[in-house]
Design a protein around this ligand. Structure first.
Ligand SMILES: Cc1cc2nc3c(=O)[nH]c(=O)nc-3n(C[C@H](O)[C@H](O)[C@H](O)COP(=O)(O)OP(=O)(O)OC[C@H]3O[C@@H](n4cnc5c(N)ncnc54)[C@H](O)[C@@H]3O)c2cc1C
Length: 466
């Protein structure tokens, strides 16, 4: 009886609050998307409470093996500019202009990512997150609540439940709107999954990853070219390395979880040492702590999530990995999450802050984009680990780059559409398919490997591009 009356009382309070000026916003998860979204909402004049299950990252020590650095590109920069914090982030970002492919025999092949001045930027995930939190702290209307693990949301009353790991208490917070930015295993999404007409699917990739390290030289310089993203493509798997500000590189081995050559099969220090000597001979010389790192750092899995809709009525919305966890092979998970924030901001502006139907329209617009970038990222895994060592693929890239330089209005390579433009991902996929068909025709031309930049090749391309 008591419970029923409390619920009714809550409902009445909720309806009353809906009628008055809505101001209170909760952001669940103080990761990259959460901290950025908090800043954008505070700029609009909302009162924002950010709830994070972990302790304050700025006070905690780095968790072993969690030194991920991310490639930040156009979509991400746009959101950071909107929040007025791009210059602060530039201070901690290292431009990477090219891919550098390391063949088994140590030969290096370089491939520019875009035009001469175009780069993707290596940033430390932790460093970026800390910067965003420090910048958020400058807004009196943003409050952070750490050690608060969301374990449920009552969608009827917008009441979030948190376990406070400091006090051991369970807390409830009723708010006007909820941005769920609590990542791939979102607690808010799990509750939404139980509501009607919510579609959800998840899948683990057969491959997981492990972080390893190439330390700095004694004088603090980098052992490899810091302005490249280094790739050791090995067919079924690959290792990559991105530079850090302290002269080190974070390497990530993407590798099958099970099977003949897999995380499961490499059990002893000898086996790992043998495998690296044979597979990454030029890298292994630069990795003095390889075996300790391999066995000390966790093997992590990669999950993919699709769901729709991303909103619950006009009250709750999923953003970032909570809505679209993707594999990291296009370097777009964070960029897409930041683009979610930009798009929400723009849509909110367009209707002068009128929330009626806004979250539903946002979901309608962004769900296809979340699905498209997941498809693109899966496609790019094959490209990175396999095709970057394939002469035909490299030839195609060279022809594309040349043609696109001659006729920038006729051809923007797919990678550039995704990374250096704001073309919707769903449109980029369509454009990419058409481009592949055209290139298949071009690669059939006689002596194309020798004559790839001949005028007749470019002329044929002009005739094929509509
Ligand atoms: C190996 C790897 C490499 C990557 N490389 C790139 C790259 O190069 N470029 C790129 O753009 N993206 C990359 N990504 C993806 C990128 O890391 C994510 O897309 C991005 O971090 C998503 O941000 P988010 O804020 O949505 O989620 P997260 O960063 O996961 O943040 C979620 C936050 O919510 C908190 N949280 C979780 N559950 C709860 C709860 N129940 N209650 C309260 N708080 C909670 C978490 O502690 C965390 O702070 C990579 C990912 C991986 C794994």
């Amino acid at each position: 009886m008591f419970i029923i009356s409390v619920n009714i009382w809550q409902m009445q309070l909720w309806n009353w609050r809906k009628k008055k000026d809505m101001k209170k916003i909760a952001v669940v998860g103080a990761g990259l998307a959460g901290s950025l979204q908090a800043i954008l909402m505070a700029k609009k004049g909302y009162e924002v409470s950010v709830f994070e299950r972990r302790p304050d990252l700025r006070k905690a020590k780095l968790i072993a093996g969690k030194s991920i650095n991310l490639a930040l590109s156009h979509r991400g920069w746009k959101a950071l500019e909107l929040a007025g914090i791009a210059d602060d982030i530039r201070e901690i970002a290292i431009p990477m202009y090219k891919r550098c492919m390391h063949a088994l025999d140590g030969t290096l092949t370089y491939q520019p990512y875009g035009k001469e001045d175009e780069a993707i930027y290596s940033v430390s995930r932790g460093g970026l997150n800390q910067k965003l939190m420090n910048l958020a702290d400058q807004y009196p209307s943003i409050s952070y609540h750490f050690n608060r693990k969301c374990n449920d949301i009552d969608l009827a009353t917008n009441t979030l439940t948190f376990d406070n790991s400091e006090s051991g208490e369970r807390e409830k917070h009723q708010v006007d709107k909820v941005f769920a930015t609590d990542g791939a295993f979102s607690a808010v999404r799990m509750r939404m999954q139980k509501s009607t007409m919510f579609d959800y699917s998840q899948k683990y990739l057969d491959h997981g990853y492990k972080e390893l390290v190439i330390p700095a030289n004694e004088d603090g310089t980098h052992k490899l070219d810091k302005n490249c993203l280094h790739i050791w493509p090995r067919g079924e798997f690959m290792m990559i390395a991105l530079a850090n500000l302290d002269g080190s590189f974070t390497c990530t081995l993407f590798f099958p979880m099970k099977g003949e050559v897999s995380f499961e099969s490499l059990e002893t220090r000898e086996q790992v040492s043998d495998f690296f000597d044979k597979t990454f001979p030029d890298a292994v010389q630069l990795m003095p702590t390889l075996l300790d790192d391999y066995f000390g750092n966790p093997t992590s899995t990669l999950i993919m999530v699709r769901c729709t809709p991303w909103n619950y009525k006009d009250d709750v919305v999923l953003i970032g990995d909570a809505a679209h966890a993707i594999v990291p092979f296009y370097g777009q998970g964070m960029n897409c999450a930041f683009e979610d924030c930009t798009v929400f901001h723009e849509m909110h502006e367009e209707v002068n802050g009128n929330w009626d139907g806004l979250l539903g329209r946002f979901s309608d617009r962004r769900v296809p984009e979340g699905n498209a970038i997941l498809d693109l990222a899966l496609q790019n895994y094959v490209e990175m680990r396999d095709l970057t060592a394939d002469p035909n693929f490299l030839l195609q890239k060279k022809i594309e780059a040349k043609f696109s330089k001659l006729y920038p209005e006729k051809w923007i390579p797919l990678y550039s559409q995704v990374t250096f433009s704001h073309t919707p991902y769903s449109q980029a996929i369509k454009n990419g398919k058409v481009q592949d068909e055209i290139m298949a025709e071009i690669l059939k031309m006689d002596n194309i490997h020798e004559n790839w930049d001949a005028p007749e090749v470019m002329e044929k391309l002009v005739s094929l591009v509509k």
